[in-house]
Write a protein that binds this ligand. Structure first.
Ligand SMILES: Nc1ncnc2c1ncn2[C@@H]1O[C@H](COP(=O)(O)OP(=O)(O)OP(=O)(O)O)[C@@H](O)[C@H]1O
Ligand SMILES: [Mg+2]
Length: 311
């Protein structure tokens, strides 16, 4: 159920976070997040994703700049009940059982006892933990603990969800279920920001992409636009038996880049006749399967990251 979010839900102005060791986790971030969007936050390890998300949620104080939610300035004194958040490092109460971990979050968001109970059972059902509701969280698997965190984030039906690598440790089915739940929230007028290294998963669900590098924004645009930077290429995925030498592959005409070696993932120029590539490969290894696809978020991400490195 989505209530009155402004068109511009979150406005970030000149945000900078400097840690005690003088490292700037993020710097000079200016960005506006609009409603009805699922935003993929991507970037290499150490790019500043967690710093940014923690600062957005008010979990760490910015050294510089401001974050506004629905035009209100957020800081430690103004808890915002309409946000669901989960951190990369688990923020759960280790001495409580599963049910209590989740109901606490509903109560903190201001829900009464009866509604909190109903919502807690529904959230546990959504993340597939109903049968574990009485168990201590330290007696759960890593992925199950992650699900507790997610249940805590969504139990009070917030319109805004800010999740730092929520699918780490989740199996494929649970990841898909979570992302489709989040997508639905965005479609109904909410705002969802999700960081992840699983670019194929994000590709299936996100509307926009925000790419961070060394604490700064490198790209923020619709997924379609982000991927279109890549429109002159195609991807060949080849399963094979044997050993391949990268140096031999770069000599093949039409091959632009080698993204992976096993299976072999080649970027080729669009409309390259693949016969010559296959002939060459056949002479080197035993080719079992070939798949030709258009580039997606993952390929575009690698391209943009690479382009920036080259200057
Ligand atoms: N508590 C801290 N004290 C000092 N430096 C920190 C701290 N936390 C993060 N950093 C530094 O800030 C930068 C950004 O880190 P951050 O955790 O935001 O990256 P990230 O994009 O979330 O990476 P990952 O993909 O590994 O989760 C890095 O250079 C990191 O070493
Ligand atoms: Mg992180």
């Amino acid at each position: 159920m989505v209530v009155n979010l402004d068109e511009n839900v979150i406005v970030v102005s000149q945000l900078g976070v400097q840690y005690d060791n003088k490292v700037w986790g993020v710097k000079d971030i200016d960005v506006t997040f609009k409603k009805s969007e699922l935003i993929a936050l991507v970037g290499a390890n150490g790019a500043g994703k967690s710093t940014f998300l923690n600062a957005l949620c008010g979990l760490i104080m910015p050294t510089k700049g401001d974050v506004f939610f629905n035009k209100n300035l957020i800081n430690r004194n103004t808890p915002f009940h309409n946000i669901g958040w989960s951190k990369q490092t688990h923020a759960i109460d280790w001495y409580l059982n599963v049910f209590d971990n989740v109901i606490v979050s509903a109560r903190l968001a201001g829900k009464n006892r009866k509604d909190s109970k109903i919502d807690t059972l529904a959230a546990l059902d959504l993340v597939g933990l109903l049968e574990y509701k009485d168990r201590d969280v330290d007696a759960l698997s890593g992925g199950q603990q992650q699900r507790v965190q997610i249940a805590r984030a969504l139990v009070h039906h917030p319109d805004i969800m800010i999740l730092d690598e929520p699918t780490t440790g989740l199996d494929a089915e649970s990841s898909d279920k979570l992302l489709s739940h989040l997508k639905e929230k965005a479609n109904k007028g909410g705002l969802v920001i999700v960081s992840s290294h699983d670019l194929n998963l994000l590709d299936s669900y996100c509307d926009s992409v925000l790419l961070l590098k060394q604490g700064s924004i490198v790209a923020y645009e619709s997924k379609t636009k982000f991927i279109s930077r890549y429109r002159d290429k195609e991807i060949l995925t080849i399963k094979y038996e044997g050993e391949l030498d990268k140096r031999k592959l770069v000599e093949i005409e039409g091959v632009v880049t080698i993204n992976d070696l096993k299976p072999l993932v080649l970027e080729i120029k669009r409309n390259t006749p693949i016969g010559q590539i296959i002939n060459k490969l056949d002479s080197l290894v035993f080719v079992m399967d070939i798949n030709r696809t258009s580039p997606g978020l993952r390929e575009a991400y690698l391209e943009v990251a690479r382009a920036k490195e080259e200057g």
